[in-house]
Design a binder for this molecule. Structure first.
Ligand code: PMP
Length: 402
């Protein structure tokens, strides 16, 4: 009997699960003619392929790189991460409080399994990082969105909800150069969020893959500097290479041990090879500082070019948040354009973006869009904005019957 004819009985947790709108969009935008401002892809040319290749050759001299490794990660990498994180949080981080994961996405996924039972409340940002929303939905959490503004998550609104009786297990925040909003959680709100975590006894997942990508000023001390109830995630994806799949989690040792236990079942261990490569790159401070300066400079120039093009091409029809780092610019059409409806026309004009709705929890963000400025050089970004304007005009023509 063909399996196709039998009803597919998947687990209950699959019932409400939707494919990430961005992943689906990436399939649509794979045509080479499309300028895709949709995917959050770091610039391929800025990935240090030569330096990775040198480190890979050196790593392969060590037979341990081709073998299974420790579930919690290659010990020297955990030490390196512990030292880096100690500098950021202002206290000594023990390598036993670090787990290396397959990208920070795996840390998110494992943390959700470790901390959340079906029905538990998880506070997420509105708009929020789609990868986190998907993980928390899979965990069958009840999502409680809290609005973002120019200073990041509105912690006063969170406090108000807590006073009204909201009892989250977890609060998820992208504190630096938010995906998708681009904003940075202010120093005052970081302290406030940490104090609320201590007072109300929830965990904060501080999801920070973009913190190193600042343009003018480094981001304030992390939320984790102010409370032990913070589980901090970061990643080599945006600074070294996404393909290394190196991410890490640090925080409460018992949570790390629980994550390690689940990771044994998920993948036994990460890649010994890429973990050794990442260790060499992160330990080569002189090279890393220079490399990060190059990436920051390029992304700042790209963000500037995108914003200038948007301003000169659309004028007051579009508002945008000021970009201080990271990879994303969040725009809003002032004249009520529906960005989901515009996307088809935009694709016909060979340009793509992610409509705001993809990041929505309780709000549809119908006039907003996320544009990624990291992937292309300035001239291509300018051309992308010109195409977006053509799509916008074509849609306006359709609306006005002649
Ligand atoms: N968190 C946020 C906020 C992200 O934007 C991303 C990548 N888009 C991740 C986590 C996961 O990245 P990775 O698994 O490559 O570290």
């Amino acid at each position: 009997m063909s399996l196709d004819s039998t009803p597919l009985q998947l687990s209950a947790r699959m019932a409400d699960l939707r494919s990430s709108a961005i992943r689906d969009l990436l399939t649509l935008t794979a045509r080479p003619s499309v300028i895709s401002l949709a995917g959050g892809l770091p610039a391929t040319k800025l990935v240090p392929r030569e330096r990775i290749s040198q480190a890979a050759l050196r790593a392969l001299d060590d037979p341990r790189t081709v073998q299974y490794g420790e579930t919690s990660g290659w010990a020297p990498l955990r030490e390196t991460v512990a030292v880096r994180e100690s500098g950021k949080v202002g206290r000594v981080v023990d390598p036993a409080e670090v787990v290396v994961t397959h990208g920070s996405q795996q840390a998110l996924s494992l943390l959700a399994q470790v901390l959340i039972d079906p029905g538990d409340t998880v506070v997420v940002e509105e708009p929020g990082y789609t990868g986190a929303l998907q993980v928390f939905r899979t965990a069958q959490a009840a999502l409680a969105p809290v609005a973002l503004d120019e200073d990041g998550m509105d912690t006063a609104a969170l406090e108000h909800a807590l006073r009204e009786g909201l009892r989250p297990k977890v609060v998820h925040t992208v504190s630096n150069f938010h995906n998708p909003r681009g904003v940075v959680l202010s120093a005052r709100r970081r302290r406030h969020l940490a104090a609320l975590a201590d007072r109300y006894g929830f965990w904060v997942i501080e999801d920070d893959p973009y913190g190193e990508l600042w343009f003018d000023t480094p981001a304030p001390a992390p939320v984790a500097a102010h409370s032990d109830r913070v589980l901090r995630l970061s990643s080599g994806s945006k600074t070294l290479a996404p393909a290394l799949r190196i991410g890490w989690l640090h925080g409460d040792r018992r949570v790390c041990e629980a994550v390690e236990l689940l990771k044994q079942g998920a993948d036994l261990c990460g890649s010994s090879l890429t973990q050794q490569i990442a260790t060499e790159l992160l330990d080569d401070h002189e090279w890393l500082d220079e490399h990060l300066a190059t990436v920051r400079g390029s992304y700042a120039a790209r963000a500037g070019a995108l914003v200038r093009a948007l301003e000169s091409t659309f004028g007051p029809r579009i508002s945008h948040a000021t970009v201080h780092g990271g990879m994303f610019c969040w725009i809003e059409f002032a004249d009520g354009v529906d960005t989901t409806a515009l996307l088809d026309t935009a694709l016909a004009h060979d340009v793509a973006y992610v409509p705001g709705g993809a990041f929505g929890v309780a709000h549809a963000h119908p006039h907003a869009a996320r544009l990624c400025f990291a992937t292309y050089e300035e001239a291509v970004l300018v051309e992308g904005v010109a195409r977006l304007r053509s799509a916008y005009d074509a849609r306006a023509e359709k609306l006005i019957p002649r």
